[in-house]
Ligand binder design. Structure first.
Ligand code: HEM
Length: 205
């Protein structure tokens, strides 16, 4: 089962794109296909990012260390979908008008946040290989990969700022993200407290 987990999850991660391709094939992308494609890819970028962030809490809470092997893959699927999301916007929506993209980045705040999020994800994807982990060293690599937290916040803010009235969907994502980051904050505080009490016990003895 352990061996089969990774290929199984890999195949499952391809399902959203397969579904999108199916809808394209059936000419069933709605009245505004470009918007449908772009939003679909945006949604899955965010979902994969949150799934990648959920791996560590799930692994600890469920006591299932094998889950750790999925984190990199889910993170890379998030980045892959972000690239497709950006490509669909630049290619299908703006027809590769780079000046229009720059204008959007400068003027539309939700695009600014989306772009910032993308820029934070680039070094994470670029350093995701074992060779890069060795090259950077564990400590520096871990410090760099903490950029995934602000990236998560920017992704949710990007979604939140674009909705006009019904905030239920971005709110749901914001709550999931708050849970995932809150769990880490509580754990980090617990570890710091433990270290402090060990340190004071050392001084006392
Ligand atoms: C790379 C720069 C980015 C650009 C230029 C961009 C642009 C856009 C645009 C134009 C929309 C559709 C807005 C509308 O139809 O009114 C959108 C929606 C969205 N984007 Fe992005 N985005 C970027 C990055 C990201 C990133 C990094 C994520 C998540 C990791 C993300 C997640 C989303 C989500 C969740 C939606 C909403 C989809 C929905 O309406 O259901 N985007 N983005």
């Amino acid at each position: 089962m352990r061996r089969g987990l990774k290929p199984l999850v890999f195949a499952a991660c391809l399902l959203p794109l397969a579904w999108l391709a199916g809808r394209f094939w059936l000419d069933d992308l709605g009245v505004n296909p470009v918007e449908t494609v772009n939003r679909f890819l945006g949604d899955w970028s965010l979902r994969f990012l949150l799934l990648a962030l959920a791996v560590t809490p799930l692994r600890r809470l469920a006591g299932w260390p094998a889950l750790a092997r999925l984190r990199r893959m889910l993170g890379l699927f998030a980045f892959f979908h972000v690239c497709l999301h950006l490509a669909s916007y630049v290619g299908l929506d703006l027809f590769f008008d780079w000046q229009a993209l720059w204008r959007d980045v400068v003027k539309r705040r939700y695009i600014t946040l989306g772009m910032l999020c993308f820029l934070l994800l680039v070094p994470l994807a670029a350093t995701s290989t074992d060779a890069m982990i060795r090259r950077l060293g564990g400590r520096r690599w871990r410090a760099l990969h903490r950029l995934v937290y602000p990236a998560g916040l920017l992704a949710v803010a990007h979604f939140w700022m674009m909705v006009k009235a019904d905030i239920r969907e971005p709110l749901a994502y914001a709550l999931v993200l708050a849970g995932l980051l809150g769990w880490r904050a509580v754990r980090a505080a617990g570890t710091a407290r433990q270290r402090m009490s060990l340190h004071s016990a050392d001084i006392g003895s």
